[in-house]
Write a protein that binds this ligand. Structure first.
Ligand SMILES: Cc1cc2nc3c(=O)[nH]c(=O)nc-3n(C[C@H](O)[C@H](O)[C@H](O)COP(=O)(O)O)c2cc1C
Length: 204
């Protein structure tokens, strides 16, 4: 099983989502001994946002790119190769200012490309990433389930993943992490037991 492990928290070792995505990857190892993992930490090693220069690399012959564009075009190719290779995406997605972190959005903008991960047809857009599974770890300081904030956070990610063809999406939530130590500890324990139960069931 090939796993693309994406983190996007800017809180380093204190990150709740990073701790939980690690548990998810550990869980995947319990159900498959042959797990290959590529990790991208979009929080501590952010990739460049889509700029006019980067956008102009798409469809431009390699020998016409300047040095910056050449580097960014190679990065785009690497990101697309990793995505194509992965059977499972494990995505750490904290809630920052009512939506996903900017580092994760930068990654999305670099891989959501017509003709590569989706295409337009006479029937409408079609996702090209078939047969993949995503496990999203959604953390938040407050509790927003069922609210417009949840739509902008988890709803957005599910819509985007569905757009590129990934409809098998499991969401593990840890909410209320800023509501005091007891609420935080309980939310983390609940998320961990949810992760454990996912893999106990899968291993059985
Ligand atoms: C820059 C920033 C913005 C945040 N914005 C929100 C927010 O809009 N709503 C909320 O409930 N929590 C917000 N939080 C709290 C985080 O969602 C919470 O700390 C969560 O644990 C983040 O996951 P992480 O520890 O993996 O980074 C914010 C935290 C940061 C650092």
């Amino acid at each position: 099983m090939n796993v693309l492990h994406l983190d996007s928290s800017i809180l380093g070792d204190a990150s709740a989502s990073r701790a939980l995505t690690r548990s998810v990857v550990d869980g995947l190892r319990t159900v498959d001994r042959q797990v290959n993992v590529v990790q991208r930490d979009l929080g501590t090693a952010p990739i460049a946002h889509l700029t006019p220069q980067v956008l102009a690399t798409r469809g431009t012959p390699a020998d016409l790119l300047n040095d910056v564009q050449d580097r960014e075009a190679r990065l785009d190719a690497d990101l697309l190769r990793e995505l194509d290779w992965a059977d499972v995406l494990v995505i750490g997605a904290p809630l920052y200012n009512f939506t996903i972190p900017t580092g994760l959005k930068a990654w999305i903008d670099r891989v959501t490309i017509a003709g590569k991960t989706f295409r337009y047809t006479a029937q409408g857009p079609e996702g090209l990433l078939k047969g993949k599974r995503a496990i999203v770890v959604a953390t938040s300081g407050g509790v927003h389930g069922g609210s417009p904030v949840d739509t902008m956070h988890v709803g957005y990610l599910k819509t985007l993943l569905g757009f590129v063809g990934i409809t098998d999406v499991e969401v593990i939530r840890a909410a209320g992490l800023g509501m005091g130590p007891e609420v935080r500890a309980q939310a983390m324990a609940d998320a961990r037991s949810r992760i454990d139960s996912m893999f106990v069931a899968a291993a059985a």
